[in-house]
Design a protein around this ligand. Structure first.
Ligand code: PLP
Length: 493
C-alpha cells in the first residue's frame, strides 16, 4: 500500500459520543445570565412557550469539544489544496477576516441613520467603483448574496429592459457546457433556455449560434473563460451576433479570476456581469453561503438596478441611500446584501491593487497549466487544442477503458490520500470529467503533492483496483448517495 501524500485525514469520527442531544443532561449549562438590573416583566401568556424548547443541556466544555472534534473531521480551505473546478474554493486571507471583524464594521446595524454609517457607505461605494473598473461596467449592485442570485438579478434586469422597450422576448441562449445555475436562473426569471453546442475545440459553436438566434432571444449567458477553462477567442463576434438581434449578453463571472486586470467583460461586449466574490476575491462561501454576487451593468441598464443605491453627494462628499428609482427591479436581498463579505472583498481588492490583481490571475493560470502538465499522462485534457486558463478539464475515460476505474473512484481515492477531490462529471459534455482548479494560492510543492496523489490513484487503478473501488476508507462515512442527498434534503437530525 502506498503512502499518503496530503494533509492528515482522520480515520474515524469522535468516539461514540453522538450528537449534542445525546450529550444533554438536565440542568447542565454552557452560559448564564447576570442578575436582572431592570424590573422583571412577565411575558404575555399568548406569547409564552407552552413547553420548554427541546434544546440540549450541555456544559461549555462538552460544547467546545463537540464542535472542535467535528471541525477536525472537516476538510476546508485552511486544510490544504481544495481543487474544486468551477466552484473555486480559494484560501481566505486572514487579513480580510481581520478587517471584517473590526468593531466599526461588525457592530453596525443596518437600520442606523445614514449619517452614523458614513464609513461603511463609503466602503460600499468605493467597492462598487472598483468592481465597475475591473469589469468595464457603469454601475453595480452589491445586494445579491451569491452568484446564482446575481444571475437571477441580471436576468430580471434584462427582462425589465425588454419590457420597457415594449418587446418582451421568451428565450435565453446558454451553452450546453454551462453551469446548472444558468438554465435554472433562466427558468426562474420566466424565460425558456435554448442550448448552444460546444464545438470540437471546446468553444461556443459560432455558426450554430448564428443560426439559433432570432428576435425572440432576450439574451445569451456565457462565462469567459468558459466552463471548460478555455478562453472564447471569438467573444467579440459572439456578443455582436446577439446584439445584432436586439439581445443582451450576460457574463457569468464565475471565471473572472482568470482574466483579472488583463481584459474586461465590458470591453468584450457584455452588458451585464456578475462576480462571485468567493471565486474572484477569496471571500468565504462554504456550505452555500452567506456570499456575495454583485452585478454590474452598462449605462442604459443602470435605472433597473436593485435599490437602495449608495450615492455620493458631490457637494458635501457624504454618502446617502437612494431608493426612489421607479424602474428598479426592486430588492434582491435585505439592505445591502452580506456586508461582512463585501468588507472582505474590499480588503482583498485594495490590498492587491491593480498590479496585484493581475498577478492573481496570472498565478491562477500558471498553477492550472502546471498541474495539467503533471497529470496529463494519466488524465489527458478533454480539449487539448487550446491551453486551459485558471482551471482545466481532464478525462478519466482512457483510464476507465483500460481498468474499469472511473472518475468518481479516483476522486474518492484522493480523499484517502489526504486531499479534497476535484469536481467530477462536470461539465456534462465531457465523459468521466475531472475538473481541476488549483487557484493561485497553492505553492509548487502543494501542486506536486496533489499531482502525485492523482498519479498514484491512476497507478493503483492498474495494480490494485479494489483500493479505488473501496475508497474512501479513512472517513467517518464512506460513499454516500449524493444525488439522493441533494434531492431529499434532511436537515434535521
Ligand atoms: C460557472 C458558474 N456559474 C455560476 C455559479 C453559481 O455561483 P454561486 O455558487 O456563487 O451561486 C457557479 C458556482 O460554482 C459556477 O461555477
Amino acid at each position: 500500500m502506498s503512502v499518503a501524500t496530503g494533509a492528515p485525514v482522520r480515520r474515524q469520527g469522535p468516539p461514540g459520543l453522538g450528537t449534542l442531544q445525546d450529550l444533554s443532561r438536565p440542568g447542565r449549562r454552557a452560559s448564564g445570565f447576570p442578575a436582572l438590573d431592570v424590573p422583571e416583566v412577565a411575558i404575555p401568556a399568548e406569547q409564552a412557550r407552552r413547553a420548554a424548547a427541546a434544546l440540549p443541556e450541555v456544559a461549555e466544555r462538552d460544547l467546545v469539544s463537540h464542535f472542535t472534534r467535528l471541525s477536525q473531521l472537516n476538510y476546508g480551505v485552511d486544510t490544504g489544496v481544495y481543487p474544486l473546478g468551477s466552484c473555486s474554493m480559494k484560501y481566505n486571507p486572514k487579513m480580510a477576516e481581520a478587517a471584517a471583524a473590526m468593531p466599526g464594521f461588525a457592530r453596525l446595524h443596518p437600520l442606523q441613520p445614514d449619517q452614523t454609517v458614513q464609513g461603511i457607505l463609503e466602503l460600499l461605494w468605493r467597492l462598487e467603483r472598483a468592481l465597475c473598473e475591473i469589469t468595464g461596467m457603469s454601475r453595480a449592485t452589491l445586494q445579491p448574496p451569491a452568484g446564482a442570485c446575481g444571475e437571477l438579478t441580471g436576468l430580471l434586469i434584462m427582462r425589465r429592459h425588454h419590457m420597457q422597450r415594449g418587446d418582451p422576448r421568451k428565450k435565453i441562449v446558454v451553452p450546453d457546457a454551462a453551469h446548472g445555475t444558468n438554465p435554472a436562473s433562466v427558468r426562474l426569471a420566466g424565460y425558456e433556455a435554448m442550448h448552444i453546442p460546444t464545438d470540437e475545440r471546446g468553444l461556443v459553436d459560432v455558426p450554430a449560434l448564428e443560426k439559433l438566434v432570432d428576435e425572440d432571444v432576450a439574451g445569451l449567458m456565457l462565462t469567459n473563460p468558459n466552463t471548460l477553462g478555455l478562453f472564447e477567442r471569438q467573444i467579440e463576434r459572439i456578443t455582436e451576433i446577439v446584439h445584432g438581434v436586439g439581445g443582451l449578453v450576460y457574463y457569468d463571472g464565475a471565471n473572472l479570476n482568470a482574466i483579472l486586470g488583463r481584459c474586461r467583460p465590458g470591453d468584450m461586449g457584455f452588458d451585464i456581469v456578475h462576480i462571485n466574490t468567493h471565486k474572484t476575491f477569496a471571500t468565504p462561501h462554504g456550505g452555500g453561503g452567506p456570499g456575495a454576487g454583485p452585478v454590474g451593468v452598462t449605462e442604459p441598464l443602470v435605472p433597473y438596478l436593485p435599490v437602495p443605491v449608495v450615492e455620493r453627494d458631490e457637494g458635501t462628499g457624504g454618502f446617502r441611500l437612494e431608493t426612489d428609482r421607479p424602474l428598479s427591479i426592486g430588492r434582491m436581498h435585505g439592505f445591502h446584501g452580506n456586508v461582512g463579505i463585501l468588507v472582505r472583498a474590499f480588503a482583498y481588492v485594495f490590498l492587491h491593487g491593480r498590479d496585484g490583481l493581475k498577478e492573481v490571475a496570472e498565478c491562477a493560470v500558471l498553477n492550472a497549466n502546471y498541474l495539467a502538465e503533471l497529470v496529463k499522462g494519466a488524465f489527458p485534457l478533454a480539449y487539448p487544442q487550446a491551453r486551459p486558463m485558471h482551471e482545466f478539464v481532464s478525462t478519466a475515460a482512457p483510464l476507465r477503458d483500460r481498468t474499469g476505474i472511473r472518475a468518481m473512484d479516483v476522486a474518492k481515492r484522493v480523499i484517502d490520500l489526504g486531499f479534497h477531490p476535484s469536481t467530477v462529471y462536470f461539465p456534462l459534455v465531457v465523459e468521466e470529467a475531472l475538473m481541476i482548479e488549483p487557484t493561485e494560492t497553492e505553492t509548487k510543492e502543494a501542486l506536486d503533492a496533489f499531482a502525485q496523489a492523482l498519479l498514484q490513484a491512476a497507478g493503483e487503478a492498474q495494480t490494485e483496483p479494489e483500493t479505488l473501488h473501496e475508497a474512501p476508507v479513512t472517513t467517518p462515512v464512506r460513499r454516500l448517495d449524493e444525488a439522493r442527498a441533494a434531492r431529499h434534503l434532511k436537515l434535521r437530525w
